[in-house]
Structure formats: C-alpha cells, structure tokens
Design a binder for this molecule. Structure first.
Ligand code: TXA
Ligand code: MG
Length: 348
C-alpha cells in the first residue's frame, strides 16, 4: 500500500482533509497529529476498521482504543451514563489531553473497546485532529501511531518509520506540543482514579472535582496488582538498548553516570546518556543527548520519545538516564522513563 503524506504543518489543506475524512468513512487508516502524540485513526463505530488498527500496529486485541470526538454532544451518543464529575472535567479540560472512561453504548463495537463494556473518550486540542474527526464522521478510534512496543510518535517522520506502507495516509502537523499521552481517568467509582498520568496532573484534577486517586501500580512501589488500563500492563516504550535511570542529587548522578560510562566503554560497549540542557556538558564520554531544560518541563516531555528513537538508530547498547521528577509533569515523564528502563533504577 502506498501511504499518502499530507503536509498540514503550516495550515489545514481543505481538499486533503476531505480526502482524509473519506478514507476514514470508507474504513481506512489515517495517522494524524494531536497535542499529545500522533494517533492512528479509524472509524470507531466500524469494527472492521478498528481491526485494521490492531493489525497495522501489531497490537494485542484486548488492548482497547480511545475514541476521539470533536463535540461535547457526541459523548452522549457513545457513553451510557456521564457522571457529574466527568461533565465538570470535560468543561474544564476538553478539548485537551484528558481521556475519561465511561460505560459504552451498544453503538460502540467490542472490536474498538478490546471486549470491554467501557469506552475511553477524549476530545483532542489540535485543529487538525478536530477537523479530521468532523470530516471522518465524528468518532475516531486512535491509539498512538507507533508499532506496538515502540515509543509513541511525536513527529510525522516517526509515524512514517513505523507505519509507512501499512496505512492509507499520514497527516503531517509538525512536532507535537506535549509529547506524552493523555491522562486517563476512571470515574466509575466515587473517587476518580488516574489510570495513566499525563499533562493534566492529580492537582489539576483535584481543583475541579476534589480528591482523586492514582492507580497504585503506577507509583514506584513493588505493587503486585495489575494496572487497570490494559495498555499499561504491556511492555511499552522500550528502546533497543538496556536502559537504567540514575537517581539522586545532581552531582552524585553526574558522577554515577560518568563511572558507569567509563565501565561500559572499557567493555567495548557504545553507551548513551539522557541528560538535560543544564548537565549535558558534564558528561565527557559516551553519546550524550539533552532531552530538554529542567526550567521548561514541556521541553522534556516533548523530546522524551524522540530521544529514545534517536538512540535506537544510533545502536547504543546501554543508556543511562537522569531522573526528571519535575514539579508538574514529573509523574507523567517518570512513568514513561521507568517503563522504558524496564524498572531499572539505581539510587546514588
Ligand atoms: O494522548 C493519547 O491518549 C493518544 C492520542 C493519539 O490521543 N492516544 C493513546 O492511545 O495514547 P493508546 O491506545 O496508545 O493508549 C490508550 C490507553 C491504553 O493504555 C488502553 O489500555 C487504555 O488507554 N484504555 C482504553 N480504553 C480503556 C478502557 N475502556 N478502560 C481502561 N483503559 C482503557
Ligand atoms: Mg500507545
């Protein structure tokens, strides 16, 4: 299959958008930018179309998809009951990087929800995404547009690497703004629960709806329970190299990483370092990449996946990363980093 690339980095091209919408209505696949990561879209109400998403990504069929909408009233077409707290959160954060879980109506096929009776819904804050949803019939199922197990795409070129030749179209909307996937909140109990941390953090949610819990499996304990969002259970975001996070005060981290880089080089390995703008020049050896500035949290989240992809291309064999427990996005960033590292953390 030849994948059409539509350039909408400068502005939306109406004809291209109509073509994209038609592909979705005809049951095809279109990758598109959102404010978080690129999504791989199909008509959410068409089971055959959703099945193509699973095939293109190599995604396990019990891992449900998020349904993207462009208008608040469309929520009521697919969600059974909409709790008051969900209405408040939607009012405050939609369009935006927040996904909420609802009881599904029969119109949503089990092929889209991975066999669950619930459906995850989000309204993205990106003009290209919203326009595509409108042109494509209103309901677009979209996981991140990466091959299952690879870092989520934050640029159209990442999507092309993973999905080129397997999908009908990629809409290039430039680099995304946030770079980590949406916050997922389950509102089925009395207290809302964060199933996946993202840009909208616990404090922001609590300001609107009072106490909010975090799925304990996401915290850095030796929790033996299974995460409630099926996708959080799979090995994910994994670079090819063996990755370790080094945690502690800045000076100790720099010294600890430099020691390990020396050992790796002595063993003939090609080591990589994930550093920050503030520390990058303190690592004299190894392949050093700054992920962003600690003074600008979004620069860190935005570049996280792209740095992991770059290290894959460079074929580094080991990666040592600083920890990034930044004030607002720290939980979301560290959740992805820890998964990429397969939970290997060294405290120095
Ligand atoms: O930012 C995002 O959310 C991006 C963009 C494209 O919108 N999408 C995204 O989709 O990250 P995906 O498929 O990569 O991640 C969806 C997550 C998975 O962990 C999945 O298991 C969970 O949402 N999920 C979906 N439906 C669910 C449900 N009904 N109950 C619990 N978890 C659900
Ligand atoms: Mg994903």
């Amino acid at each position: 299959m030849k994948t059409i690339i539509e350039d909408m980095t400068e502005k939306i091209n109406i004809q291209g958008m109509e073509r994209a919408g038609q592909i979705i209505k005809d049951g095809g696949l279109v990758a598109f930018p959102t404010e978080t990561v690129y999504g791989l879209g199909a008509n959410a109400l068409d089971e055959t179309a959703s099945a193509k998403i699973y095939a293109a990504k190599g995604r396990p069929s019990d891992n449900p998809l998020i349904v993207h909408i462009a208008r608040m009233e469309d929520l009521y077409t697919i969600a059974g009951t909409v709790p008051e707290k969900a209405k408040l959160l939607a009012e405050k954060f939609w369009p935006g990087p927040l996904t909420m879980i609802f009881q599904k109506k029969p119109i949503v096929p089990y092929g889209t929800t991975g066999g669950l009776d619930t459906v995850a819904v989000r309204m993205p804050d990106h003009q290209v995404a919203l326009e595509l949803i409108r042109c494509g019939g209103g309901f677009i199922a979209a996981p991140s547009a990466n091959t299952s197990g690879r870092p989520s795409p934050t640029k159209a070129s990442h999507v092309e690497e993973d999905m080129g030749g397997r999908i009908d179209m990629i809409i290039d909307g430039g680099e995304v703004g946030i770079g980590v996937e949406s916050t997922i909140v389950d509102l089925s109990g009395d207290t809302p629960v964060i199933l996946r941390p993202g840009y909208i953090n616990q404090a922001m949610l609590e300001e609107v709806v009072g106490p909010v819990d975090v799925d304990p499996t996401l915290l850095r304990t030796d929790c033996k329970e299974r995460p409630k969002a099926p996708g959080m259970r799979y090995k994910h975001y994994a670079p090819k190299a063996d990755m370790t996070i080094v945690e502690g005060t800045q000076e100790k981290v720099i010294a600890g990483i430099n020691d390990r880089i020396r050992c790796a080089l002595e063993k003939g390995e090609l080591p990589g370092i994930i550093a920050s703008d503030e520390t990058a020049d303190r690592y004299p050896a190894g392949v050093v990449k700054s992920i962003g500035s600690r003074k600008d949290e979004l620069s860190i989240s935005r570049h996280l996946y792209s740095v992991l992809r770059e290290f894959d291309e460079l074929n580094v064999s080991v990666i040592y990363s600083e920890a990034f427990d930044t004030p607002n996005l720290g939980q979301a960033i560290m959740n992805r980093l820890i998964k990429a590292a397969g939970h290997q953390i060294i405290k120095v």
